[in-house]
Design a protein around this ligand. Structure first.
Ligand SMILES: O=c1nc2n(C[C@H](O)[C@H](O)[C@H](O)CO)c3cc(O)ccc3cc-2c(=O)[nH]1
Length: 318
């Protein structure tokens, strides 16, 4: 079975680890969000691609969900001693090596998709990891600070500001001109099922869908498209998805997120058992829904979720 998964960072990566356990023989292509990418210290950092790669390759820092295990911070300390920041973004020494290799290869003319393939040759994630685009897309968030509106990079909003102020708008800068990376549209066209993990519907999956051609390819693929709600009991399972949902006028409920994707895109939607009451509303909007446990407490729980998503896909296919 050929499965295409649109993935953000931690939620997408942990779901994928479960999917690999639930469907060990499946041929999985991951389309990774690159709107979170940022240039710092002269280096190109791709947090979501790296989170998927490290998680599936066994190198992730399990507690924080991003960055490397057994990390040290000598380089960051040395940079700070020169007065070079930003101090709010935690880059470890092991992680730095990944960004140096990536930046070197990009400077030599390789596209991000080829660089990602080269990095994955080391990590062997067991899936085909593709960036959504080789073109630069950067998510910016409009915020009001001291009575003035300004746009900040998504990482600055998420990490430095901890999403403590309301997001007034979220803009995937460059998305309109971006082209899907080589292999993206082909993988979607050849897929037997497309899955949306419990990733952020705005800044992760929403950004991938903002690349012209990707949403259309999924809608036209003619195969089941099944998603898992990142909202459980009216709150994000992880992160601050409610802040960016509010910016696009979507309520932080499992039903509202399903409605946001819409029945033109989504065939099936899994909500957590605490949101079982929402199933009827989602189904009356034309999306098949089931209530199952959606807390990824460990890989076994993530595998059970993946199993349910694939079962729902078969149900809507029938
Ligand atoms: O909360 C944080 N998240 C950090 N993240 C996670 C990242 O900011 C976001 O969680 C994702 O972009 C959202 O998917 C990193 C991810 C990387 O790949 C590399 C470095 C960082 C550094 C931080 C950090 O300092 N603080």
């Amino acid at each position: 079975m050929r499965i295409v998964v649109l993935a953000g960072g931690i939620g997408g990566a942990r779901f994928l680890r479960g999917l690999k356990q639930a469907a060990p023989d499946a041929d999985v292509t991951v389309i990774g969000n690159t709107g979170d990418d940022i240039h710092l210290f002269g280096l190109k950092i791709c947090p979501d691609l790296d989170t998927v790669m490290y998680t599936l390759g066994g190198g992730i820092n399990e507690e924080q969900g991003w960055g490397r295990t057994d990390e040290t911070f000598a380089v960051k300390g040395e940079l700070a001693a020169y007065g070079v920041g930003p101090e709010w973004f935690g880059l470890g020494d092991r992680d730095f090596a990944t960004h140096i290799v990536r930046t070197q290869m990009l400077a030599a003319g390789y596209p991000l998709s080829a660089v990602t393939e080269a990095l994955c040759a080391r990590w062997q994630p067991g899936v085909r990891l593709l960036p959504m685009s080789d073109d630069r897309v950067e998510t910016h968030v409009a915020v009001d600070v001291d009575g003035e509106r300004k746009a900040v990079h998504f990482q600055e909003y998420w990490v430095r500001m901890r999403a403590a102020v309301d997001a007034q708008a979220v803009v995937p800068v460059g998305a309109e001109q971006a082209k899907p990376a080589p292999g993206v549209l082909e993988a979607i066209a050849a897929a037997d099922v497309v899955l949306f993990p419990p990733s952020n519907p705005v800044v992760s999956i929403g950004t991938i869908l903002a690349v012209p051609g990707i949403r259309e390819a999924i809608a036209d693929a003619g195969v089941p498209v099944v998603g898992l709600s990142p909202i459980v009991g009216d709150a994000p399972v992880r992160g601050m998805a409610d802040k960016v949902l509010a910016a696009i006028g979507v309520e932080s409920t499992a039903a509202a997120v399903a409605g946001h994707y819409g029945s033109g895109l989504l065939d099936g939607w899994l909500v957590d058992t605490v949101d079982a009451a929402a199933v009827q509303e989602i189904e009356s909007a034309g999306i098949r829904a089931r209530a199952v446990p959606l807390m990824m407490t460990d890989t076994g729980a993530a595998a059970a979720m993946a199993h349910e998503a694939l079962a729902l896909a078969e149900e809507v296919r029938a």
